[in-house]
Ligand binder design. Structure first.
Ligand code: GLU
Length: 380
């Protein structure tokens, strides 16, 4: 397969960052936005299903009421509410002129972390696509769950920026391609700000530690930077999709990508593809609780045949309920897996280090021998 041949790609997610949606003075860049809308309409008319992840609400809101960027979270949430309608009116008018219907979808971390809501969301998005509608998705900043981040600073939130949101939507919807358009040309082999010889890496086969270390800095307008884009690439490639980071300011960039032009950086699907629930456990959930285990248990889990038994557990960190996804740490405190716990943190504390045969006697009930059943564990 030609890695840049998208003729067979049926479902595509396109992420538009704040910096490509506005011009230097902070106003909506209408010529650019309309050119995206034109190219996306062409894709839809050729039979492709397109979902858009859009940023820009906070930036447009700030511009509208004339406030500078600040750390005031509530003001930012208010600006998101103001800017969101402006954003949607542009998409609505633009797509209307091509006879294409759009739908607004605003999401929070909980819509992914809660499996029922996750599955509902998938059904609705699938139905919208069947109806020929283009879903326009953004993080619902007005109500996003910032509490999680402040309650436990080491909590792992499913997404806090639109790069990761776009990866979660792409994986949830089994998209063939995630195209991230931002104001960078792609992934460089070293920091282009310090090194004039920096070169774009055209193809990444595997998002290794080495690749992750190439990320630096946050982009000026949006919340993400290269790091969040590479995290997105990890998710997308692990579920078997391709991802491209390209400069959204290049003329007709979407059209060019779909004609196979070598733009930006393309990330190719990983060999060990994750599907369904395993993918959800790994990437979509909000994680507070952690279970630390000994090396013997780690070895058994890494072979991907055993469940996590109470005897291998050494420490329980933070509180969690039965059914919550928890992080599994090794003796060096490194997270290497995630899974759904069959017992609450209180019960885990009572049974850790003990044999599964003792669970009934200690707790007065026993639903499972394992604290986490094999099928509910994903190795990272
Ligand atoms: N949801 C934010 C907005 O609409 C953008 C978040 C991000 O850039 O990652 O402004």
């Amino acid at each position: 397969m030609d890695i840049r041949d998208f003729s067979k790609a049926k479902r595509i997610v396109i992420k538009l960052g704040t910096n490509v949606l506005r011009n230097e003075s902070g106003e909506a860049s209408l010529p650019r936005l309309y050119s995206y809308i034109e190219d996306i309409s062409t894709l839809v008319k050729s039979g492709k299903e397109v979902l858009i992840i859009t940023s820009g609400a906070v930036g447009f809101g700030r511009k509208k009421i004339n406030v500078e960027k600040s750390d005031d979270i509530v003001l930012k949430q208010a600006c998101a509410a103001i800017g969101q309608s402006k954003l949607m009116s542009i998409y609505e008018n633009g797509f209307d002129s091509y006879g294409i219907t759009i739908a607004q979808v605003l999401l929070t971390e909980d819509d992914f972390a809660n499996r029922k809501r996750y599955l509902n969301l998938r059904n609705t998005l699938n139905r919208l696509l069947e109806l020929g509608v283009v879903p326009i998705i953004n993080q619902n900043d007005t109500v996003s769950t910032f509490e999680l981040e402040t309650l436990y600073t080491d909590a792992l939130v499913s997404f806090a920026d639109n790069d990761k949101l776009s990866a979660l939507v792409a994986s949830e919807m089994d998209a063939d391609l995630l195209l991230i358009l931002s104001d960078v040309n792609g992934l460089y082999d070293c920091n282009p700000k310090d090194n004039t010889n920096a070169k774009i890496i055209p193809v990444v086969n595997d998002v290794t530690e080495e690749i992750m270390n190439l990320a630096n800095g946050v982009s000026a307008g949006g919340r993400g930077g290269m790091k969040t884009k590479l995290e997105a690439a990890k998710v997308v490639t692990r579920f078997g999709g391709r991802m491209i980071i390209a400069n959204g300011k290049l003329p007709n960039v979407i059209k060019e990508v779909f004609t196979g032009k070598e733009l930006g950086t393309i990330f190719l699907p990983a060999d060990d593809k994750l599907t369904g629930k395993k993918c959800w456990i790994c990437y979509a959930t909000n994680i507070i609780g952690k279970i630390k285990i000994n090396n013997g248990a780690k070895k058994a889990l890494a072979e991907e045949t055993s469940s996590l038994l109470p005897i291998g557990i050494t420490t329980i960190i933070h509180e969690f309920k039965k059914g919550d996804v928890v992080s599994i740490l090794d003796e060096e405190d490194k997270e290497f897996a995630r899974g759904i716990s069959n017992y609450s943190s209180d019960d885990c504390k009572k049974i850790m280090g003990r044999h599964s045969d003792d669970i009934l006697q200690i707790l007065g009930y026993k639903n499972y021998d394992a604290v986490i059943t094999r099928d509910n564990i994903t190795i990272l």
